[in-house]
Design a protein around this ligand. Structure first.
Ligand code: ABN
Length: 165
């Protein structure tokens, strides 16, 4: 047995004589409990990241309160950018949505992106302020790409904040 072996054995025996397995487990348990209680309340920048990543891909996102169409955020674009290979329509449906951040109303333009076949993902029909089809100017179930000269094929819809409403 070398000196190193002897040193390790002695210190291990010393450690073992001063700690019980039950005590170690109890301490480990306390650490787990403390981390599960404390970690969720630590001030991490969770809010902004999740809003950008998740919220704008769901129909509940505040800017989509009057949308009717497929969300470009699920189709390779963003909340205010058409997917590559498509272009914004020349005419758009406009709605007013209340921001969950400041409680103010904002004028939102629901601009259709045109030039590629329908995206088919994240279809939303929120329709705040929408009126029946016979009230032409107040009805949002319309392919706004029809106003384009290049391509009238509808792909998805972006939500552009025009200003406070
Ligand atoms: N404005 C979106 C849309 C496109 C095609 C048909 C209905 C609605």
């Amino acid at each position: 047995m070398t000196n190193l072996d002897r040193l390790i054995e002695t210190s291990s025996r010393f450690l073992a004589s001063r700690t019980s397995r039950r005590g170690a487990l109890a301490r480990l348990g306390k650490m787990f409990l403390a981390s599960s209680v404390l970690l969720p309340v630590l001030p991490v920048a969770r809010g902004r990241a999740s809003e950008a990543a998740a919220d704008d891909q769901t129909c509940d996102y505040w800017k989509y309160c009057a949308v009717d169409g497929f969300l470009c955020t699920c189709c390779g674009g963003s909340v205010n950018q058409c997917p590559p290979g498509t272009e914004p329509g020349k005419v758009a449906w406009v709605g007013t949505c209340r921001s969950h951040k400041d409680g103010k109303d904002y004028l939102i333009s629901y601009t259709d992106c045109c030039g590629k076949a329908s995206c088919g993902r994240c279809g939303c029909n929120s329709n705040v302020g929408d009126r029946p089809g016979y009230e032409m100017g107040l009805h949002n179930d319309i392919n706004w790409c029809m106003g384009n000269s290049e391509s009238t094929i509808y792909n998805c819809t972006v939500a552009l904040v025009l200003g406070e409403g």
